[in-house]
Write a protein that binds this ligand. Structure first.
Ligand SMILES: Nc1ncnc2c1ncn2[C@@H]1O[C@H](COP(=O)(O)OP(=O)(O)OP(=O)(O)O)[C@@H](O)[C@H]1O
Ligand SMILES: [Mg+2]
Length: 167
């Protein structure tokens, strides 16, 4: 069963930092669904995930391609960054053959996964973004309890470091 943690970020940099913390906990075979409206911060968050995994190449909004491949540090092979916003029909997602691309060496991060209407199965992690103001985002992370505990530890460590840094 998944449990949920809510964080608030006040800048793109803070959202990237949260992405780094999640990225450090991801393992091959993970599927991460990023939920939230246009400009909510999904792609910004992926920049942090890619940073944590040693993903090569800039993270951008996939415009013409649905899938961007980023080679990663071992033991992972690849981060696949998918954006399904431009999917016309849910069935079109089957043409991307994502299940053939995903294995133990791959992390799949998907924006607008809901457009595939369940055709891709269940994600292992869901991250939901809500814009509260121009620069503030409420970010809800849902995943299996042990992993969420790891994320909580990492967040608390980060807080301790930043408090120490500001003294
Ligand atoms: N706290 C914040 N976290 C993330 N992005 C922020 C934050 N504050 C402001 N922003 C800005 O909001 C925008 C988020 O854009 P981003 O491309 O990440 O959104 P998205 O959810 O991927 O949208 P889309 O559905 O169009 O792909 C960026 O311009 C970013 O600079
Ligand atoms: Mg995006």
């Amino acid at each position: 069963m998944n449990t949920t943690l809510t964080a608030r970020t006040s800048s793109p940099e803070e959202t990237i930092a949260l992405g780094v913390l999640l990225g450090q906990l991801l393992v091959g075979g993970d599927v991460v669904s990023l939920v939230g409206g246009l400009g909510a911060g999904k792609t910004t968050f992926v920049k942090g995930v890619a940073q944590a995994l040693g993903g090569q190449g800039a993270v951008r909004s996939p415009t013409f391609a649905f899938v961007h491949h980023h080679a990663c540090n071992p033991p992972l092979d690849e981060l696949l960054h998918v954006d399904l916003y431009r999917l016309d029909q849910p069935q079109e997602v089957l043409g991307l053959a994502l299940d053939e691309l995903v294995d133990d060496g791959t992390v799949l991060v998907i924006e607008w996964m809901e457009r595939a209407e369940g055709l891709l199965g269940e994600p292992s992690v869901v991250v939901e973004f809500n814009a509260q103001s121009e620069a503030t985002r409420l970010i809800e992370l849902s995943m299996a309890a042990p992993r969420l505990a790891g994320l909580l530890d990492a967040l608390e460590d980060g807080d301790r470091h930043s408090q120490r840094g500001s003294q």
